[in-house]
Write a protein that binds this ligand. Structure first.
Ligand SMILES: [Zn+2]
Length: 231
């Protein structure tokens, strides 16, 4: 039933405008089951380690990611982009990255946007960075160039919107959610929740809105649409 609804959403989107699948990173509960890191791979990783937590705010990363996604959705909708969220509450056990990529694939998404925030052992680590799939024949060769372009645009707009240090781009060959994606995919790390300054700012509605505006602008630039709708 869910699958059918998503497929229909994808078809409707193709007629009405592009579909962007937004995954707010993690969920309320981690999922320690494993899954192959790519189609046919003997290498497996756990589905979801659960994410980080704000060192000052105490906010769970999953909740911050969701708040930004819920602010992003209406901005993109104003621009005629149909948004499919992989979750709309922080309430359950993580479904894992193969399932999330499947949602993006079935929706024929123009972009699979994964929203996360970072954590590090060092409290001084800070800044924004964006990850995208490394090139691997049979897995990501069909989406590599577009994903890299989306990552560049999203990183630039996020840094402009948030004003955090620019940690640049990173290719990843080991991300399950990238290797299973048949559509362009990126993962943004908004900032470090283990850094007191960035956590304190990201916990505010003003910075969550800034993040959403930056993501909206980057997404619309990637789609070749005017960014005026983003505010
Ligand atoms: Zn995360």
């Amino acid at each position: 039933m869910l699958v059918a609804a998503l497929v229909l959403a994808g078809r409707a989107g193709a007629a009405a405008g592009p579909v962007v699948v937004v995954y707010p990173g993690h969920d309320r509960y981690a999922n320690s089951q494993s899954e192959p890191i790519g189609p046919g791979s003997p290498v497996r990783k756990i589905k979801d380690g659960g994410g980080t937590r704000g060192v000052v705010s105490g906010l769970a990363e999953a909740e911050l990611n969701l708040r930004v996604a819920l602010r992003l959705k209406p901005l993109l909708a104003q621009a005629g982009v149909r948004v499919v969220l992989t979750r709309s509450a922080t309430a359950g056990k993580s479904i894992g990255n193969v399932a999330r990529a499947g949602i993006a694939n079935r929706a024929h998404a123009a972009l699979f946007l994964r929203i996360h925030a970072d954590g590090a052992p060092s409290p001084s680590a800070r800044g924004t960075h964006t990850l995208y799939p490394a090139l691997r024949r049979g897995w990501t060769d069909d989406v590599y160039v577009k994903s890299r372009r989306a990552a560049r645009l999203l990183q630039a707009e996020l840094v402009r919107a948030l004003g955090f240090p620019d940690r640049g781009l990173q290719e990843r060959a080991d991300f399950t959610g990238f290797n299973w994606a048949d559509v362009p995919a990126v993962m943004v790390e908004l900032g470090f929740m283990t850094n007191a300054v960035e956590d304190g700012l990201l916990a505010t509605s003003a910075y969550q809105q800034r993040a959403a505006v930056g993501l909206c602008r980057g997404t619309l630039r990637f789609l070749g649409r005017p960014i005026t709708a983003c505010g």
